[in-house]
Design a protein around this ligand. Structure first.
Ligand code: ADP
Ligand code: MG
Length: 622
């Protein structure tokens, strides 16, 4: 079978995506290959398809048991023999799997890196033909990455022991240069073909909001997205606990995940989420690595993560199936301070010498600043992210909260001068809240205790709302007229440029113009108010589901859940949301029509085809 036939027969897809074909051809030509593609781009097929075509066994190294289980489950569902070897197997299961492997039953075997150089595994590997070692999540070899795994360094020890060097392929979604170079060096890739695809994820909507009441905002969102599956990230374990119990009190079905829970509970909660038993998981950043769940419809951040790498990785867990999904960051000024604290007290860096630690901290602060500016910017959010990763965006994406907000350009010079003046008059000793409150003339205990009510700028702009003053202050930071210290106190300081604002009025000082949302902001809440219909665009232009199709979708989803429950696999492994959507549009009546649906391969047709055809017939044609 050729690669196109395999794609159709086993995976049920009609065509390869951008660069999948290049990567597959490179491997088949016997060349080491490195694929750098964003989450959901379809990296797995790039090594799975060559593995099925090459003579010999392909080993896939993967960092997590849950990932291996998921992938092997998917392959088995597609009718492909594959197995995993890791610590979740009993000794008896392990040796059974190895002996089947020896007989050549599995063209693809997933192995945990720490297994590779064990005697039992080496004994197996030395007696069969290993055609390829595919390293998934390859950034785990790099100390620069967030997910460094020392056991990944054993991959080379293993390969060195083999009588014939197999092809090595490596895949990751991490884009930075250091990580890329580390992968090539450490895995000793030989003149590899390196393919990097764009990092844009067109199906993801990006939003930033700074609501007064964060919890309420999140709650409103969840109310509008009942029955959809999503992740709510929080900065600390404590927040996870708080938000999770409030949501439960408010009647939502949610579970929680953070490193402070026992292994057993973490596994159970994660499974509840993956198997769609509980739609929402509230978690710290400990959650997510190894989650291949394709039907995550939203990722909300209750607080700003420490950098854009982390944000994009976490947000990127939404919409792996290519269907529209939303990523919304609910930001508050306090988040910066929390993150500064993490940077100053980062125990990961304990073993570093003082100089290196200082460099790392400086780098972390710089990244945090870029993350903060992501929350401040009024320009296209997607563009901001892509530029951060070294790509050029279009400047307007039409699918982020900024592109969907109507802005007007406003002269804020007066506010800017008052804010800078206030900072100077109070001798650069206070944080943003105090400065903004002073200029606004707030009558709070804090302001009085700092005697800011005696500051010459106190109440200077009493008519300008606090949120607007805050936006101006943010803008001044982005433009370099003011800065905020890189510590947990976040004190507003003057810069060299501040002098331009502090000169006497009317002198040729700068005019500060900024984009501000028009007062009645109809579209800012686009991500949360109007519920967008599934991404039919991919199949049928800009259509929307009719009511009947909508109800068919729910029926198909229920059928999928039932099948998944019986087979004890996650629902998205039976069929993805995208496949169900396509079914609703195609409304197949025959086997051939059902096989034309994206994601329906022959093997899956044999297993589930008739049940789905019946369900469609009952709901559409009677
Ligand atoms: P990655 O590892 O790059 O994050 P996956 O390999 O998990 O992505 O694939 C993401 C999703 O895209 C899966 O549901 C997969 O079946 C689907 N997919 C992969 N290749 C194609 C293709 N050529 N056409 C349609 N869907 C695809
Ligand atoms: Mg993957």
């Amino acid at each position: 079978m050729n690669k196109h036939e395999i794609l159709k027969k086993y995976f049920g897809y009609d065509s390869f995506r951008e660069s999948q074909e290049t990567l597959i051809d490179s491997i088949l030509a016997g060349r080491d290959t490195l694929g750098i593609m964003p989450t959901g781009a379809g990296k797995s097929l790039c090594y799975q398809i060559p593995a099925l075509m090459m003579e010999g066994i392909s080993l896939v190294v993967s960092p997590l048991i849950s990932l291996m289980k998921d992938q092997v489950g998917s392959l088995n569902q597609a009718g492909i023999h594959a197995a995993y070897l890791n610590s979740s197997l009993t000794a008896a299961q392990y040796y059974k799997a190895l002996s089947l492997a020896r007989e050549g039953r599995y063209p693809i075997i997933y192995v945990a890196p720490e297994r590779l150089v064990t005697d039992a595994f080496l004994d197996f590997a030395l007696h069969v033909k290993i055609a390829m070692v595919a390293v998934d999540e390859a950034h785990c070899v790099s100390q620069w990455g967030q997910d460094f795994r020392p056991s990944y360094l054993k991959i080379m020890d293993f390969i060195d022991r083999l009588p014939n060097r197999p092809i090595i392929s490596a895949f990751t979604a991490t884009a930075t240069q250091e990580v890329r170079e580390d992968i090539i060096d450490i895995l000793q890739l030989r003149e590899p073909l390196v393919v990097t695809t764009g990092f844009n994820r067109g199906n993801l909507y990006f939003g930033v909001m700074a609501p007064k009441d964060r919890y309420q905002a999140v709650k409103n969102y969840l109310e509008l997205h009942k029955s959809e599956s999503g992740i709510l990230y929080c900065l600390t374990r404590k927040t996870v606990e708080e938000v999770c119990s409030r949501l439960i009190q408010d009647g939502f079905s949610v579970t929680r995940y953070h490193a402070g829970l026992g292994d057993e509970e973490r596994r159970r909660n994660q499974d509840d989420f993956i198997y769609d038993r509980v739609p929402i998981i509230v978690a710290t950043n400990a959650f997510g690595m190894g989650i291949d769940k394709s039907n995550v419809r939203f990722v909300l951040h209750f607080g700003m993560p420490k950098n854009l790498e982390a944000y994009y990785q976490e947000a990127g867990r939404a919409g792996r199936d290519g269907e529209p999904a939303e990523c919304i960051l609910y930001y508050s000024g306090q988040d910066v301070i929390t993150n500064q604290f993490f940077i100053d007290h980062n125990s990961d860096n304990q073993e570093l010498d003082e100089l290196t630690r200082a460099i790392v901290q400086e780098r972390d602060r710089e990244r945090l600043k870029k993350m903060t500016f992501y929350c401040f910017t009024n320009d296209c959010l997607r563009d901001y992210i892509l530029r951060y990763f070294g790509e050029y965006g279009a400047g307007y994406c039409g699918n982020c909260s900024n592109c969907l907000t109507q802005f007007e350009t406003v002269d804020v010079t007066e506010s800017a001068r008052a804010l800078a003046g206030c900072v100077k008059a109070s001798r650069q000793r206070y944080g943003t809240t105090v400065i903004v409150d002073t200029v606004h003339g707030a009558n709070t205990a804090k302001i009085r205790s700092y005697r800011m009510d005696e500051n010459p700028y106190y109440g200077r702009l009493a008519k300008t709302p606090v949120h607007r003053l805050r936006k101006v202050l943010n803008e001044l930071q982005m433009k370099g007229y003011l800065t905020v210290t890189n510590d947990e106190y976040a004190i507003v300081k003057l810069t060299e440029k501040s002098a331009e604002l502090l000169g006497p009025e009317g002198e040729n000082g700068p005019q500060i113009l900024m984009k501000l949302a028009k007062e009645k902001e109809p579209a800012t809440a686009a991500g949360s108010s109007k519920k967008k219909r599934r991404g039919i665009a991919a199949f049928a232009g800009n259509g929307e589901f009719t009511e009947k199709e909508e109800s068919l979708f729910e029926k198909l989803r229920a059928l999928r859940a039932e099948i998944a429950r019986e087979a004890q696999i996650p629902p998205y492994i039976v069929f993805s949301d995208k496949t169900l959507t396509h079914m609703c549009l195609v409304k197949p009546k025959t086997k051939a029509e059902l096989l034309s649906v994206s994601g329906v391969g022959e093997f899956k047709y044999e297993k589930y085809g008739e049940q789905f055809l019946r369900c469609i017939a009952e709901n559409m044609f009677t």
